[in-house]
Design a protein around this ligand. Structure first.
Ligand SMILES: C[S@@+](CC[C@H](N)C(=O)[O-])C[C@H]1O[C@@H](n2cnc3c(N)ncnc32)[C@H](O)[C@@H]1O
Length: 210
């Protein structure tokens, strides 16, 4: 195990599923009080609020749920039930301790999600469509588990959006698979952030499954 505390820089450089499991196993215990508190992380709040403002309802799947920050905001806004899915057992363990999720589903999203088709009326994701993590090819697995009319609120790191061709992927999906697509740029961190990424932004993609 590395002696260095994992950080965003290391997370952005991840390549394989094994890299993800290893880094997040080390990061899980410190993620909320270390990274999220120190960097005044706000993306989970923007994502959850956007979902609720768009009329999103449960059952909801929180994709790349991590330690459950987005789910906690959703639950506080009265949304439920919420399931958490993530590649990292250790992050999911932390999430389940918060007592907000109905179920934890360990899965590599690039390989699909082991739940029946059309299980969810809502899908949220904060901080997982980002550098070194998930690209647009993961979106089809989310459509499969969403019901007709399901509301999506997905944060996508703005630089990652440009680099990985999310615009094209969403445009294709808008030809019959999704509707009412909107993109709103939000800051990932608050005023207290001090790290090199403090001014980074994300796009919140809101849309509905047709
Ligand atoms: C930066 S964290 C975000 C966690 C949480 N949503 C938040 O906003 O704090 C990214 C999460 O994505 C998960 N992840 C990375 N690659 C994944 C994959 N291929 N499938 C599912 N989850 C993945 C990681 O384990 C980690 O918990």
């Amino acid at each position: 195990m590395s002696t260095k505390t994992p950080d965003l820089h290391a997370a952005y450089a991840l390549e394989s599923p094994e890299d993800h499991k290893r880094l997040y196993a080390e990061w899980a215990g410190d993620y909320d009080e270390g990274f999220a508190a120190r960097e005044d992380y706000q993306l989970h709040v923007h994502t959850a609020r956007a979902f609720v403002s768009a009329g999103g309802q449960g059952p909801v799947l929180d994709v790349g749920a991590g330690t459950g920050l987005c789910g906690a905001v959703l639950a506080g806004l009265g949304v439920g039930p919420i399931d958490a899915t993530d590649i990292s057992t250790d992050m999911l363990d932390r999430a389940m301790r918060k007592d907000i999720y109905r179920d934890a589903i360990e899965a590599d999203l690039n390989q699909g999600i082991p739940v029946p088709r059309e299980s969810y009326s809502g899908v949220v994701s904060s901080g997982t469509f980002t550098h070194g993590h998930l690209g647009p090819e993961a979106l089809s697995a989310l459509l499969r588990v969403a019901r007709h009319g399901a509301q999506f609120a997905l944060s996508i790191n703005a630089q990652h959006y440009e680099k990985l061709g999310f615009a094209e992927a969403l445009h294709k999906m808008a030809q019959g698979q999704i509707q009412n697509l909107s993109l709103t740029e939000v800051p990932i961190y608050g005023d207290l952030a001090a790290g090199p990424n403090k001014n980074d932004t994300a796009l919140i993609a809101l849309f509905e499954r047709v």
